[in-house]
Design a protein around this ligand. Structure first.
Ligand SMILES: [Fe+2]
Ligand SMILES: [Fe+2]
Length: 187
């Protein structure tokens, strides 16, 4: 669980990060993120960060860890791409989690949220699509976000070899996303 103060701090940290992104349309992207429930949404129904503010917390975790990985391994990823991929890789999760009430009216403790997607476009695909509504992602950014689920995406095995060879940073990002999810695992 996060306090309102922690949720506010994550929001300020993320908005500060966007001030480093000089990309046409970024202010519209920030408006979209602020207008939706990005800062108050959970990150999953029951797997990790399933509490208000979990999505923003997870996204900021991924940004921080990917930033460290890029620096430790001298990966060729521009700073603004680290920000955009870290913060925006799960934009597909905005507006898809709803409180899960039991028949007796009480909230389910084991699964506090249910998932309902009005635009079922695919996980990474949907995040790239949403981002592309506001800015032009670079091919590297699009690939990192599209493939961030790694082996959890059945299509990955068909693209793994080509993507890993030309864009090894995609694999680093997959690992970071998994680690960040485990870090906030519930139960
Ligand atoms: Fe994801
Ligand atoms: Fe994620």
């Amino acid at each position: 669980m996060l306090t309102k103060v922690q949720i506010g701090k994550n929001k300020r940290n993320i908005l500060d990060l966007f001030s480093n992104v000089n990309r046409l349309g970024v202010s519209n992207l920030v408006d979209f993120i602020c207008d939706g429930n990005f800062f108050t949404s959970p990150a999953s129904t029951r797997f990790h960060s399933n509490y208000p503010g979990g999505l923003a917390e997870h996204s900021y975790d991924v940004y921080k860890q990917f930033s460290k990985r890029v620096s430790d391994y001298n990966l060729n990823v521009p700073f603004e791409s680290v920000i955009l991929t870290g913060i925006c890789h799960d934009l597909c999760k905005i507006g898809v989690y709803f409180e899960n009430s039991l028949k007796d009216g009480n909230r389910s403790e084991s699964k506090p949220y249910k998932f309902q997607d009005s635009f079922p476009y695919g996980h990474g695909e949907k995040s790239v699509f949403i981002l592309s509504q506001y800015i032009h992602p670079t091919p590297q950014e699009a690939l990192i976000i599209r493939w961030h689920m790694g082996n959890d995406d059945p299509a990955w095995k068909d693209y793994q070899e080509d993507v890993s060879k030309s864009f090894p940073e995609v694999v680093f990002f997959q690992n970071v996303d998994r680690e960040a999810s485990l870090m906030r695992k519930v139960g």
